[in-house]
Design a protein around this ligand. Sequence first.
Ligand SMILES: *Cc1c(COP(=O)(O)O)cnc(C)c1O
Length: 455
Amino acid sequence: MRDDAPNSWESRADRYSLYGFTDLPTIHDRGAVVITHGEGPYVVDVHNRRYLDANSGLWNMVAGFDHPGLIAAAKAQYDRFPAYHAFFGRMSDQTVMLSEKLIEVSPFESGKVFYTNSGSEANDTMVKILWFLNGAEGNPQRRKIITRVNSYHGVTAVSASMTGKPYNSVFGLPLPGFIHVGCPHYWRFGKDGETEEQFTARMAKELEATIIMEGPDTIAGFFAEPVMGAGGVIPPSKGYFQAIQPILKKYGIPLISDEVICGFGRTGNTWGCETYDFVPDAIISSKVLTAGYFPMGAVILGDDLAARVQAAAEAIEEFPHGFTASGHPVGCAIALKAIDVVMNEGLAENVRTLTPLFEAGMKRLAENPNIGEWRGKGLMGALEAVKDKATKTPFDASLSVSERIANACTDAGLICRPLGQAIVLCPPFILTEAQMDEMFGKLESALKKVFAEVA
Ligand SMILES: *Cc1c(COP(=O)(O)O)cnc(C)c1O
């Protein structure tokens, strides 16, 4: 499979590139897929093989890999003003305009926006904002952060501490003061005989018990993805946000919606919080914000938090935080165009059009005796592989079932992602119905092939 010549792309990738979040046995066996360019929702590798990327790159490249409007917006801004910062009271005109746009499309009446280079940094920044304003308000002990098991909030030391995945223990994380409550995945964590409503009530009760045990006045914030993404595409159980928000309100704990994946259309609305009918205190955005065409994240503060951080900053005459490339003019110009492309050029509408077909395709594949459940929302979904459907027993981990399925898909020209024992699909918003058929057809063949090998 892999070309082992010393100057092959596979060998060269191995030699000096440290692979992140990559299954090394797969790399040793098959080599890296080295990509040169893209065409719509397809990417093309150095061997001129084409792959339908059913993961939109990493959830973000929803307009495909060669969108003329986005490329033109980037080129135009590089011609006009290719770089600047947002320190010392200076910022680009594009930055001013993007902040206006983000507040306009947000669920907030007004607010403030702060820019980062990534989603991780946006979560980090949000935590620092909470620490900053609590300190200024005379509550320096209010520092703990609550997130959920299986959540994904990033990889910096703070955002990795928020991420509720076991792999962070190899870094000695989480840091102290980062607390993880239960994952609202009813199919996996619901008890025998427990209804979904009872399960949600149990999750809410557990959250309140945790808050009381930790001390309500020590907790700075609660962060949640509307649909957990990298945790395995886990939509909340029925009524989850309606059950937890009053508890957070009762103890004065801000609810921060990490919309890095859900934001800008993925769940069928502009925001995931819209889909699940709650209004958070702040929104974390990245990924689709620039359709992946520039590294950028944003913290979008609602009215209350914006006023509080402003007051805290006034007291010491500045907010001492920022990245060199915060509010980069090219990133902002691309984000303005990406928001327009998603919201006004038919992409968001296509998500809504495709969703019933996507759900039908997922349902059909979930009839396979080795698929325990399909789950998802809008144009994101997962198929959970199981050894035994009735008992929900997973396959032996040593079989690497999901990696094998993903590799079989790659061989057939389809990129999809193994996550635990699930296969994740989150195709670009520009997908056509024919491309959706191609995606499900190739995945179905891969499932049949691999389950025949391991069952
Ligand atoms: C990807 C992701 C992040 C981290 O964003 P990076 O740009 O990779 O740092 C944070 N939160 C969620 C929900 C994500 O999906």
